[in-house]
Design a protein around this ligand. Structure first.
Ligand code: NDP
Length: 319
């Protein structure tokens, strides 16, 4: 005899997943969360690689990303959320109940509703010194970490809308922003480019690539060694912070071909809701948000997903 279907299975354990779980538990849906052993082997999402968080409301004393996620998890557990620490390896969203395969288990978990909260990951340059200095001056989120570089010189790498946004935001805090882009023109929308190019604090450096971030031996950022890709000339841009803004990758591999995605790979949700195109499948957090990408917006959308799932389950029971 097969195990009965769970009301709600939540895939992912960042702020979106935990908020969805918390609300679903409080609605008596007995949710199951698969928290994943995502890259790096730790559940909890992108906050697990963030140092200090000063913009999550309710924490006037700054809190570290891992501490904040520990508190999210503690609250989920206190509300009765069942958490499985393993990776989802496959899902079948083509028929109800939905099927979710977890870890090595042969039999899938059956789910009446599924909440997708698998998040996104920042793309990195792949330099050894970048990995060594992450959280020590190297960041992929200006809104999260910009305030640590007030009145200092920083570098932003990238040429898309994210890089323009990061550079504009940092220009409000920092003394100077050098914007390093690998080609001779930006990819960003014309409006955002125009704003950046008119900003006297932002200095574009075209046709250039960061070869090394200095100074890993001191455990802090002191500059970026930049190569001009046209001339081959190498120079050092002094800075205390370096922001990589070359895009994000949503973690949607598991769902590709089963639900509608935007061209950039993010899950499509019906505006103003967490509904995907598959009834009973909801998405929240960064896996469906390429605009705001904040812990607090992810948490808010997790709440929406739990409420949407609860209402959908209630309506399905009525039929
Ligand atoms: P994009 O893919 O649009 O841009 C990435 C940029 O990084 C490109 O300029 C690219 O260079 C560069 N890049 C990529 N890989 C490397 C690398 N290894 N080394 C150096 N440079 C690299 O990503 P974004 O995150 O900027 O934007 C993603 C989507 O989100 C877009 O659709 C964008 O419009 C949207 N967005 C919208 C915003 C808004 O409307 N407010 C804000 C932020 C994003 P190259 O140009 O040479 O390929």
């Amino acid at each position: 005899m097969s195990t009965p279907a769970r009301n709600v299975v939540i895939i992912g354990s960042g702020p979106a997943g935990h908020t969805a779980a918390l609300y679903a538990a409080r609605a008596n849906l007995a949710p199951l969360m698969i928290e994943g052993l995502a890259r790096g082997g730790i559940p909890g999402g992108q906050l697990m690689i963030t140092n200090d968080v000063e913009n999550y409301p309710g924490f006037p004393e700054k809190v570290t990303g891992p501490d904040l996620m520990a508190r999210f998890r503690e609250q989920s557990v206190a509300q009765g959320v069942e958490i499985v620490t393993d990776d989802v390896t496959r899902v079948d969203l083509s028929a109800r109940p939905f099927r979710v395969w977890v870890g090595e288990a042969k039999e899938p978990v059956l789910a009446r509703a599924v909440i997708l909260a698998t998040g996104a990951q920042a793309k990195w340059l792949g330099l050894p010194t970048e990995a060594a200095l992450q959280g020590k001056g190297v960041s992929a989120c200006a809104v999260c970490d910009g305030a640590f570089f007030r009145h200092q010189d920083v570098v932003v790498v990238g040429g898309g809308d994210t890089a323009m946004e990061e550079a504009s935001y940092l220009s409000g805090l920092c003394r100077s922003v050098t914007l390093v882009h690998r080609r001779g023109e930006f990819r960003a929308s014309k409006t955002m480019q125009a704003r950046v190019l008119a900003n006297p604090k932002i200095h574009p450096l075209y046709d250039s690539a960061v070869e090394e971030i200095l100074d890993a031996s001191r455990g802090e950022v002191t500059g970026a060694r930049v190569k001009n890709l046209r001339t081959g000339a190498v120079s050092v841009v002094p800075c205390t912070g370096l922001f990589v803004a070359i895009g994000h990758t949503p973690n949607t591999d598991l769902f590709a071909g089963q639900i509608d995605l935007h061209d950039n790979g993010y899950i499509k949700t019906r505006p103003g809701s967490s509904n995907t195109n598959v009834p009973g499948v909801f998405a929240c957090g960064d896996v469906q948000d390429f605009t705001y990408r904040q812990a607090v917006t992810a948490a808010g959308s997790g709440c929406m997903a739990a409420l949407d799932a609860e209402r959908w389950l209630g309506a399905s029971d009525a039929h």
